[in-house]
Design a protein around this ligand. Structure first.
Ligand code: SF4
Ligand code: MG
Length: 312
């Protein structure tokens, strides 16, 4: 298997007003070429911080430690100027919140054209042609009439697809998308899902961060579940949805409307990260004496991994 991105012992800590939040707290994960990996988990589990850290996009009040290896190069050791040549070109990011992520004073065409100009083509008329092709690809038609529109004239779904177009405009090998179906209606969710599936078919490696389980089920090859800054389960998609292993992941599935909407009792607390025990134990119906010590990520015979003593 050809590993394209490998994360080892990644930590992202935010500090604000004297408090430190361990958003990502020792994550190991690798992605193979042309694979689609969905990172799922509730809000606050560290998913977005993980995605932002991979691309060096975190704000200044964050400390990042660990290894993020892209084709053998540790991105965390690169200067900002070196990183800029990779970001947008080799690895690209699709931010969440399409309305806020686009520049309201620039046309959509100019914003999609920016990464084409930076990473692919310097001739402005060729750039425009490529933007027209991208608009066609994301089904914003007729492209000639839409290319010079401003973001305010687009619906939420069109803006989301435009962000995906910006992400792929620099011809990246890996696209990391943060909550691409958040805040858009069902029809638009389906079109974003179809668009990402089309990218998958083109062989682009996708890392999709989402709390939308049906979207993950539709799109991914593998699922990684994050809880409280840690990966707690990594599994091939089909086996995961047939029966997740980790009690938290089981709870997530039981909280879906089709499974009767049974919410997981309790909530995550920053303090649960600090006493060395399993971080889910205050919410877990299987908690036992042994769970006062945190389990490692245990690899099973089929290659799945789970952080729970029930599988030791
Ligand atoms: Fe529950 Fe213990 Fe497994 Fe944690 S290690 S998920 S507390 S059974
Ligand atoms: Mg998030």
């Amino acid at each position: 298997m050809n590993t394209i991105l490998e994360v080892q012992e990644l930590h992202v800590h935010f500090s604000a007003s004297g408090n430190v939040t361990r958003a990502v707290d020792g994550v190991d994960i690798s992605i193979t070429q042309s694979e689609t990996l969905a990172v799922i988990g509730e809000s606050g589990s560290g998913k977005s911080a993980l995605g932002l850290a991979l691309l060096g996009l975190l704000p200044a009040n964050c400390t990042v430690a660990g290894i993020v290896r892209y084709r053998g190069t540790d991105l965390l050791t690169l200067s900002e100027s070196k990183l800029e040549t990779i970001r947008g070109g080799k690895l690209a990011w699709v931010p969440q919140n399409p309305a806020g992520a686009m520049n309201p004073s620039m046309t959509v065409g100019a914003q999609i054209g920016e990464p084409v100009y930076l990473h692919v083509e310097k001739n402005r008329s060729v750039v425009r042609k490529k933007v027209l092709e991208l608009l066609q690809f994301i089904r914003i038609t007729p492209p000639e009439e839409r290319i010079d529109s401003y973001p305010y004239s687009f619906s939420g779904g069109m803006l989301q697809r435009s962000l995906v177009a910006m992400g792929i405009a620099g011809l990246p090998e890996v696209l990391i998308a943060d909550e691409p179906t958040k805040g858009i209606d069902i029809m638009n969710r389906q079109s974003v899902s179809a668009l990402l599936r089309a990218l998958r078919e083109k062989g682009i490696t996708l890392l999709v961060i989402t709390h939308d389980l049906s979207f993950a089920r539709n799109l991914a090859d593998r699922i990684a579940v994050m809880y409280s800054g840690r990966i707690v389960e990594v599994r091939e998609k089909k086996s995961f949805f047939n029966g997740p292993l980790h009690p938290y992941a089981r709870g997530m599935l039981l909280s879906l409307p089709e499974n009767g909407l049974h919410p997981i009792a309790g909530r995550t607390r920053e303090s649960d990260k600090c006493d060395g025990g399993c971080r889910f134990r205050f919410r877990c119906t299987y908690a036992m004496e042994r769970c006062r010590a945190e389990p490692p990520l245990i690899t099973l015979h089929d290659g799945s991994a789970v952080r729970c003593w029930l599988y030791d």
